[in-house]
Design a protein around this ligand. Structure first.
Ligand SMILES: Nc1ncnc2c1ncn2[C@@H]1O[C@H](COP(=O)(O)OP(=O)(O)OP(=O)(O)O)[C@@H](O)[C@H]1O
Ligand SMILES: [Mg+2]
Length: 367
């Protein structure tokens, strides 16, 4: 049985804004589910409805086998860590962590034991007597998480808990939360707008746009088989390249014709693309699926495209080439030592077995 279930859940604010629109989501017991999407897409609102901090306009939410629509937040057995978590400044770390348990009138010895246990898990035992202003950002973050885990809830809700941290600390906390999940073995629903966080942390990812769920799946499936152009462009860095053009058929073979460039489509895709012959489509191809021909032996000529190199961007372990296709600029990710001249025409190989095609009107994936 799923630990958290959302059935046709919507949120309509009093001003008529439909911030969440008929979301269906099942989060399994012990699963790490990430809700991801651009700013304003309804992630926090969804999480707040699960927590009981926001009324549900339509639909039902279940935690375990209990419908919680009318159950107040404090009785839902969930703990939430907010983006702008506020620790009580006048209390020590210990008191901050113990606060929720004291409210629930836990016996003193149990409070001490729960806080010690949580502090041990998070490696903050040595900070228990300090006050928040005596802590670094990352330590404060850990205390905020500690405050949530002392309660041993059924479900943890995290709302962009790492957004106030610098890049390095964020990467470190990312691993820590991951490890925490393995150790605690509880259900986590984690909100972020950062696709890298989503990819690296989630057992599964739910992608939301304008309040509407776009796709749910494990990170690899979402990366390899995005259901539409939005998902394809949101997940992955640099983002997937999109080229406008049309499908043409010549001597029984299918090609993508992008104006100045033409590439042959693999036969496995003919069936799906048959209705699109002569029509406009969008070709999607990731930067790592475009190679410099100099470094490829036996590249099929029908997959080679001559493009003008506008920018060479060394990233250290790799180089991004910005290439002009006539209509679009696309990015190819090549080896660290591949340094073509700027403004040079170079032959690039498209790995068409990795290509995606999208309907120009609906932007849904064709194949
Ligand atoms: N109390 C409110 N009344 C009216 N509209 C609201 C209210 N709270 C949020 N919204 C709107 O609902 C939409 C979703 O907001 P939400 O905070 O859920 O987005 P989010 O995905 O968490 O974004 P971010 O990544 O910026 O935190 C936004 O358009 C926002 O302006
Ligand atoms: Mg938010």
């Amino acid at each position: 049985m799923a630990q958290v279930r959302l059935i046709n859940v919507s949120k309509v604010f009093p001003d008529g804004n439909r911030a969440v629109d008929k979301i269906n989501l099942e989060v399994e017991n012990k699963e790490f589910m990430v809700l991801v999407g651009p700013s304003g897409c309804g992630k926090s609102t969804t999480l707040r409805m699960i927590a009981g901090l926001e009324e549900i306009s339509e639909g039902d939410i279940y935690i375990g086998d209990k419908r919680v629509n009318d159950i107040p937040a404090k009785d839902r057995d969930v703990a939430m860590v907010f983006q702008n978590y506020a620790l009580y400044p006048h209390m020590t770390v210990f008191e901050n962590m113990a606060f929720g348990l004291k409210l629930k009138r836990y016996p003193k010895t149990e409070v001490i034991q729960c806080v010690k246990e949580a502090a041990d898990i998070l490696g903050i035992e040595h900070l228990l007597n300090r006050r928040p202003h005596e802590l670094s950002g990352g330590e404060r973050q850990r205390v905020a998480v500690g405050r949530a885990i002392v309660r041993k809830p059924l479900v943890f809700l995290f709302d962009e808990p790492l957004s106030n941290l610098d890049a390095k600390l964020r990467v470190q906390m990312r691993t820590e939360i991951h490890r925490l999940h393995q150790r605690l073995q509880t259900t986590i629903i984690y909100v972020t707008h950062d696709q890298i966080e989503a990819m690296t942390m989630g057992d599964r990812i739910a992608l939301i746009r304008d309040g509407v769920l776009q796709q749910i799946g494990d990170p690899v499936t979402i990366y390899d088989h995005p259901k539409n152009k939005f998902v394809a462009g949101f997940i992955g860095s640099p983002p997937m390249n999109f080229l406008n053009g049309r499908i043409i058929k010549k001597d029984g073979k299918f090609y993508f014709d992008g104006g100045k460039m033409q590439v042959k489509i693999i036969e496995d895709m003919y069936k799906a693309l048959f209705p699109y012959i002569g029509k406009e489509v969008i070709l999607g191809i990731r930067a790592e699926d475009i190679y410099d021909k100099l470094f490829v032996s036996n590249a099929p000529l029908e997959n080679v495209v001559r493009l003008n190199c506008e920018v060479v961007e060394p990233m250290g372990s790799e180089v991004y080439l910005h290439l002009n296709t006539g209509k679009n600029t696309i990015i190819a990710r090549v080896g660290a030592h591949d340094r073509p001249q700027v403004n040079q025409d170079i032959d690039m190989v498209f790995d068409m077995s990795k290509a995606h095609f999208f309907d120009k009107d609906t932007e849904e994936a064709i194949v």
